[in-house]
Ligand binder design. Structure first.
Ligand code: PMP
Length: 394
């Protein structure tokens, strides 16, 4: 039996040099000409740089307790989880982590995935399918977008944070079931979404709201519990929260939080639960240690946000709502050159270009850390300023 999907292409010319992988050379040239070639920076042992390109907001990835947590879990459970969560890839440590995170974030239940990306793809595709509606906005992380695409639901995309447009899309729908998805703090520039308004819109129209708190947990809310907790919505009905262990927790992995029935639905229906090897035990151990640190030091996120305000002021940027400082350069090549100039001066910053950001808005993306002192932040601001001047962007 042959099963075909998609439309057949028009007849192809096998003398063009573009068949097989032949077309890759032209595609690479096109990307290079547009300033969109990527060459990942390789961090090396013993080469010190001040790292403001990571998402290690609380500086916990190298905390001795977090490293020890990873080591202890690997010693106990091995170098990998050995199978899908559904088969034998779930250890007691996974379940303990889930219970601890659910308790910390104020939800009845949590389910951990091997990455935040897969948590979002798994949650969205398990909650919406053919015949359903998803309303997403232009600020949604790529993993939410890919979840929408894979779900086969009808997808309406509205402007970032436009809750009136969300209401309208929900009111006009013919589908019975609807899911609204959003980042709570947009990953590109750290701006907050109107989570309470989006929740009200979803509730008013019998929809579920899924909020990705990746850039809010450990950053905003009481003791770093995120924007959903800050809005008093933890554990609210028809609310699903996803978050990651790869940012403030200094580890790796993703989590979906909600009612217990959601957890069991995801175990049965989320494809990454079924087909992806479970979260690495070392990542589980690291995340549990990070959570203990955050619980013991609830002012840690305050120090992060103080640092973010300090650095933004020193860089002449707007006061940040979270811990991302976005400096728009515009031209992608200029943004790459500015990031390289920072690197040459010992400071790592992120450089976002299309398709991560809209054309014309290529930028330096600086993620602040809680564990940097004022002198270091001032030095970073001087480096960024010098780099921007060097490439003619300031
Ligand atoms: N959601 C958001 C908002 C993110 O920024 C990211 C990571 N860039 C993810 C999800 C994916 O998380 P992970 O890196 O753990 O796959």
């Amino acid at each position: 039996m042959t099963i075909t999907s998609g439309q057949p292409a028009a007849g192809h010319d096998i003398t063009s040099g573009e068949v097989g992988l032949g077309w890759l050379a032209r595609a690479a040239r096109d990307r290079a000409e547009a300033g969109l070639h990527r060459d990942p920076h390789v961090r090396r042992v013993g080469v010190d740089a001040i790292n403001l390109g990571s998402n290690d907001y609380l500086g916990l990835s190298t905390h001795p307790d977090v490293v020890a947590g990873a080591q202890a879990a690997a010693a106990q459970w091995g170098g990998g989880s050995t199978a899908s969560r559904l088969v034998v890839g779930t250890t007691q440590a996974h379940v303990d982590l889930e219970n601890e995170l659910a308790d910390f974030l104020g939800f009845p239940a949590a389910l951990a995935f091997s990455s935040g990306y897969l948590a979002n793809v798994g949650a969205v595709t398990a909650l919406a399918g053919r015949g359903d509606l998803i309303v997403s906005d232009t600020g949604s992380h790529a993993s939410l977008i890919d979840g929408c695409r894979l779900s086969r639901a009808r997808v309406v995309v509205v402007d970032r944070g436009d809750h009136d447009a969300v209401r309208a899309a929900l009111a006009e729908r013919t589908e019975e079931r609807a899911l609204v998805v959003t980042d709570s703090v947009y990953s590109i520039d750290g701006e907050p979404a109107p989570v309470a308004d989006l929740y009200a819109a979803a509730r008013a129209h019998g929809a579920t709201l899924l909020v990705d708190e990746a850039h809010a947990v450990g950053v905003r809310g009481p003791g770093g519990r995120g924007l959903v907790a800050e809005q008093g919505l933890s554990g609210a009905p028809d609310l699903v929260v996803t978050t990651v262990l790869s940012k403030s927790f200094g580890s790796q992995g993703g989590v979906v939080l909600g009612p217990a029935i959601l957890r069991s639905h995801l175990i049965d229906c989320a494809r990454p639960m079924i087909f992806d090897t479970g979260l690495n035990p070392a990542a589980v151990g690291a995340a549990r240690a990070a959570l203990r640190i955050l619980r013991a030091d609830p002012a840690l996120p305050d120090r992060l946000r103080d640092n973010a305000r300090h650095l933004a002021r020193a860089c002449g940027a707007d006061e940040p709502a979270a811990a991302v400082i976005s400096i728009i350069v515009g031209d992608p090549q200029q943004a790459v050159d500015a990031a390289a100039a920072c690197r040459d001066r010992g400071v790592l910053v992120g450089c976002f270009r299309p398709p991560s950001v809209p054309p014309g808005t290529s930028r330096l993306r600086i993620t602040v850390r809680a564990d940097l002192d004022a002198a270091t932040l001032d030095h970073v601001a001087e480096v960024v300023d010098a780099a921007l001047r060097e490439v003619g962007a300031r």
